[in-house]
Structures are given as C-alpha cells and as structure tokens.
Design a protein around this ligand. Structure first.
Ligand code: IMP
Ligand code: MG
Length: 183
C-alpha cells in the first residue's frame, strides 16, 4: 500500500492497462515538436507549463524542439473538487514571474478534460498581450468538454477513462510511470 492507501503492487501486474506506451508517447512528442518548429518564426518560444501534471511532457517537448531559444516557465493552478473530477473553481496558486507581453506563448498541459482549467488560463494570459497564445496538450478527452477551448496541438485523443502516468496522478501517486495507464 502507498501512503494514500492505493495498492502500488498492481502496477507490476496486468490490471492497470497501458493505454499509451512510453515509445508511443516519445514518437508523438517528436512529431508535435516538429510541427511546432514549422509553425513558429525564429523567435523565443515561451512554454508555459501547468504544474504538476505537465512536468514530464514539457521536459520532453522542450528537448524535442530544435531551436535554442525555448523559455520554460511554470504556473500552478488549483481546481477545487475531488481527485477525479474538476469543479468550476479555478485559482492561480503560482503565477509566472516573467512578462509575456509581445512573446509567442504556448501553454503546455498534460490533459484537457472539462476544459475549465484551460479556458480560464487562456483568458488570463490573453490579458497580458502575448504576441501569440496557443495550447498544446498531450491528451484530450473531448467527450468530457463543458467549456469549449481551442487547442492547437493535441497528442492523443482518449476515451472518457481516468488515466495516470507520465506526469498524471491519482491522489499524487503514479506520476513517475513511463506509460499512460488506465486506473
Ligand atoms: P479540466 O479543467 O477538467 O480540463 O481538468 C484538467 C485537469 O484535470 C488536468 O490538468 C488534470 O490535473 C486533471 N485530470 C483530468 N482528467 C484526468 C485524468 O484522466 N487523469 C489525471 N488527471 C486528470
Ligand atoms: Mg494538470
């Protein structure tokens, strides 16, 4: 048992199905980076990553980009509600410490579910007058959307299942897994 009471041993066995393997993730991240490289002029790109879930994705995406001028920034956001669903209440708990005005900004997220978090964040950052503002998410659960939000780059569309690994957690566990698994 882990601290949270979850049976970590199940991860060595079969019950937790691999939805997207580590190899598939790495392949897709390279493709996305190539596409982003082609879309952006030769200026710094600000990757604004949302903690904690996107930490692994932003690390791999940043390394897959070939230009030298990639700036990596972090924000933290809390949504009130229980661990598996997000409620409508969004709050910035750690803001950027740089001015993004006039810069190309790419919000980097692990997953878009209801869309509540990203629609809030996009509106917030838009007010700071970046040169451009787009969203890149590794995963998208379109069935669950309640707030429409334009996402330019999507790694994988997935069905309405709760997934963990590659940064994504359930009650703070499983973030370290290399694959994305269904809990
Ligand atoms: P949204 O505001 O509903 O789009 O929620 C997005 C956030 O909910 C993500 O950044 C995750 O923290 C969390 N989340 C949504 N679905 C999952 C999931 O399947 N696994 C882990 N976290 C999830
Ligand atoms: Mg998140």
């Amino acid at each position: 048992m882990s601290d949270s009471g979850l049976p970590v041993t199940t991860l060595q066995g079969k019950p937790d199905r691999v939805l997207i393997s580590a190899e598939q993730i790495q392949q897709r991240v390279r493709e996305m980076a190539e596409q982003i490289e082609g879309d952006y002029p030769d200026r710094p790109i600000y990757l604004v990553s949302v903690l904690k879930g996107a930490f692994m994705f932003v690390a791999d995406l940043a390394r897959a980009l070939s230009r030298a001028r990639v700036r990596i920034e972090f924000m933290a956001i809390s949504t009130y509600g229980n661990a598996k669903t997000s409620s409508g209440q969004v709050k910035v708990t750690r803001d950027l410490d740089v001015n993004i005005e006039g810069h190309d900004v790419l919000i980097v997220e692990d997953i878009i579910d209801s869309g509540v978090t990203l629609s809030y964040l996009k509106r917030l950052l838009e007010q700071r007058r970046p040169r451009s503002l787009e969203i890149v998410t590794l995963l998208d659960k379109p069935e669950r959307r309640i707030r429409p939000v334009a996402v330019k780059y999507v790694g994988f569309q997935i069905p309405d299942e709760f997934v963990v690994g590659y940064g994504l957690d359930y009650a703070e566990d499983y973030r370290n897994l290399r694959d994305i698994r269904v809990l």
